[in-house]
Structure formats: structure tokens, C-alpha cells
Design a protein around this ligand. Structure first.
Ligand SMILES: NC(=O)c1ccc[n+]([C@@H]2O[C@H](COP(=O)([O-])OP(=O)(O)OC[C@H]3O[C@@H](n4cnc5c(N)ncnc54)[C@H](O)[C@@H]3O)[C@@H](O)[C@H]2O)c1
Length: 343
């Protein structure tokens, strides 16, 4: 994809969210035009979302709409007016645990919302549509590391099921309308400006407040943690690698998930490393200089004991793979947290 004459125009949904904010910052730094679309849902502290958008708004190259994906008139209007070259769809009802309490929010945002994005991408004839899926789609798989070509037919929560559905919907639109679609499967993203419902944020807050932290499955949990700057670099590079239409691939790649029926591909973005939860907590304690009160709990319904990404395809496509060490990433998060909350 070349953008030598005029800056690339990228429409980002979920731009006030954790990942969308970081991605928008990166693309603006590169001189691109960015339109952010976010409904500012109250799933977590809206002030954090507003603050992220305020920072993005310091760039003259950034514009934004505040509306829900389900409001198709607002979405269609924003896409039409901005006329993007590329759409990166990150807005979603996220979170594995909340999907047990409020499953309908996932169907509304992730299924209806994503359908509206697919239609908007079709009408705008974008050069590339990139959408966020999740490692949760690997569900009950036990073969590790998880590869994109593995079967992923055992989602364990409505969150995972809706994300798997968006992959299928993305494939059908890619096939019928010939829209190049890349689906990312993210693995536990963390870093500054992170999500208050995720472990690192919750643990940091609880430890600083002198409150206990809940450690599920008695600590026998493993996660492939991906530092947000690494993730954003991977997304940035993948923007330039739209999947080719069937019959147009120059040379086959080992382990490619490219569809035989559509310009469609699924790509894991992870560190290719799994960290034990108890080591994660110990690293956080060392950085904070405090000891956590541990509240050992059984495994939560719908949760999985481990995730671990095979990131070979990302490396083959872009020459890049995330590599920030957990110690450095946690350090950057704690520095941000202390500064932001003045603690
Ligand atoms: N953070 C992770 O570890 C992780 C892991 C796997 C997948 N993902 C996926 O990555 C994407 C971004 O996640 P995040 O961590 O930045 O989450 P986030 O909750 O911080 O950001 C999502 C943003 O989307 C907005 N939003 C939600 N539903 C909306 C709707 N219906 N209409 C308009 N806006 C809406 C929210 O207001 C929020 O600002 C999501 O699709 C998520 O499922 C994230």
C-alpha cells in the first residue's frame, strides 16, 4: 500500500480504548490522518477514555465521532465523510469475565456492531479492513503454542463466541465483496493507559491500596503477555500487508492462514512466551516495592489455564515479532499508573 502523495487515512473504531488510543498515537506520529470512532461505553471509567481522546485531539490530523457501532446512521455517516483508505476495527465489548454477567452487550457490540463495520467498509471500498479478534477463540484447545491454522471451534464464553463469529463474518464479506480482511488474534495486551478490568491494573491498584488480590486456579495460570507498543508496531506493519485474493499470492508461506476462498487471513499477535501468573505477581511486587496479599481462588468459569501464541506467521509477513520482556513492560505500566493517579 503506497501513500507517497497524500497521507494514509485510517478510521479506527475504539480509539478511546486502550489499544485504539496507542494505535492512533502511532499513526498520527507517522503523519497519517486518523478518524476515531468510539461510543465511550461505561464498562470502565469513562474519564480514562476521555483523557485518551483529549491527548489524540492535540493533533490536527485527528478527528473523532462519539457514537455506538449499533447506530448505523452515525457510523455510515462518519465513514462516508472521512473516506478512509483503511479501517482498523477495535471497538468491542471486551473482557472474558464480564461476558458471564452481561452477555447481551457482547452480541450487540460485537455481532451487530461488526456487521455494521463490514457494511461500511464495503461501501467505502477500503483497501484493507483489519479487525480485532482474540486468543480466547482457541477456547478449550490444549495443543500449544496456538497456531492460526489450528481448529478453533470450542469457545468457552460468549465473548469468545462473538469474536469467532466476527471472524466468520469477516470471511464472508471478504469473499463476496473482495475486501481484504485481516483478523488479529491478540494475546493479553498490557502497558500504560491499560484497561482497569485487567489483571495488571487490578493488581497494581489493590497492592497500592493494601487490599488482597484474587489469584485464580491457585496461581497455575499462564498467559502470553503482549506489550502494547509491540502490538501497535505489529498492527502498523500488517496494515501494509493486505491478504491477496485467491490465486494472487506470489509465494506460499509456511503456516499461512490465508483463505483459499477470499482475501482473508488470521494473524496471532503475541510474544511467543508464556509467563506464570505467580512470576508475574512477583515481578509486579518487586517493581512496586510492596508485597501482595494473595487470595487464592479456584479457576473461574469460562477461563482457560494457559495461552501461548505461535507468532511465526506475523514474523513471516512483517519481519517483526513482539519481544518486550515482562519486567520492562510491567515497569512502564507502574510508572504510568503512579504518575497518572499520583500515588
Ligand atoms: N486488551 C487485550 O488484552 C485484548 C486481548 C484480546 C483482544 N482484544 C480486543 O482488542 C480490542 C481493543 O481492546 P481494548 O483492550 O483496547 O479494549 P477497550 O475496552 O479499552 O477499548 C474498546 C473501546 O471500544 C469502545 N466501544 C465498545 N463497544 C462499543 C460500541 N458498541 N460502539 C462504539 N464503541 C464501543 C469502548 O468505549 C472502548 O473505548 C477489542 O476488540 C478487544 O476485544 C483485547
Amino acid at each position: 500500500m503506497t501513500h507517497a502523495q497524500s497521507p494514509l487515512r485510517v478510521f479506527i473504531t475504539g480509539s478511546a480504548g486502550f489499544i485504539g488510543f496507542h494505535l492512533a498515537q502511532r499513526l498520527l506520529q507517522e503523519g497519517m490522518r486518523v478518524h476515531g470512532f468510539d461510543g465511550m461505553t461505561d464498562y470502565y471509567d469513562v474519564t480514562l477514555k476521555q483523557r485518551r481522546h483529549e491527548i489524540l485531539a492535540q493533533s490536527a490530523q485527528f478527528s473523532a465521532s462519539c457514537a455506538m457501532l449499533q447506530d448505523n446512521t452515525a457510523l455510515e455517516g462518519a465513514v462516508k465523510q472521512f473516506a478512509p483508505d483503511v479501517i482498523v476495527h477495535l471497538a468491542a465489548q471486551a473482557g472474558v469475565r464480564h461476558s458471564l454477567e452481561n452477555p447481551r452487550a457482547y452480541v450487540d457490540s460485537n455481532i451487530i456492531g461488526t456487521f455494521n463495520i463490514l457494511e461500511a467498509a464495503r461501501q467505502a471500498q477500503v483497501a484493507h479492513l483489519l479487525m480485532a479478534s482474540t486468543s480466547s477463540v482457541y477456547g478449550a484447545n490444549t495443543q500449544m503454542p496456538f497456531a492460526e491454522t489450528d481448529k478453533a471451534d470450542t469457545p468457552l464464553t460468549i465473548y469468545a463466541a462473538t469474536k469467532k463469529a466476527t471472524e466468520a463474518m469477516g470471511h464472508s464479506h471478504a469473499h463476496i465483496w473482495n475486501i481484504p480482511v485481516t483478523m488479529f488474534r491478540f494475546f493479553t495486551v498490557y502497558g500504560p493507559w491499560g484497561r482497569p478490568d485487567m489483571a495488571l491494573f487490578k493488581f497494581t491498584k489493590a497492592i497500592l491500596d493494601g487490599k488482597p488480590i484474587d489469584i485464580y486456579n491457585n496461581g497455575e495460570m499462564y498467559r502470553d503477555f503482549t506489550y502494547v507498543d509491540d502490538l501497535v508496531t505489529a498492527i502498523r506493519l500488517l496494515i501494509d500487508v493486505p491478504p491477496p485474493a485467491p490465486g494472487h499470492q506470489s509465494k506460499p508461506l509456511k503456516g499461512d492462514s490465508l483463505s483459499p476462498a477470499a482475501p482473508f487471513r488470521v494473524v496471532n499477535i503475541g510474544n511467543s512466551d508464556k509467563v506464570r501468573l505467580l512470576d508475574f505477581v512477583a515481578t509486579l511486587e518487586a517493581k512496586l516495592g510492596l508485597t501482595a496479599q494473595r487470595n487464592y481462588m479456584p479457576m473461574q468459569t469460562g477461563d482457560v489455564p494457559a495461552t501461548w501464541a505461535n507468532a511465526d506467521l506475523l514474523r513471516s509477513l512483517t519481519g517483526y515479532a513482539p519481544q518486550t520482556r515482562i519486567h520492562d513492560g510491567i515497569g512502564a505500566f507502574v510508572d504510568w499508573y503512579r504518575d497518572y493517579y499520583q500515588v
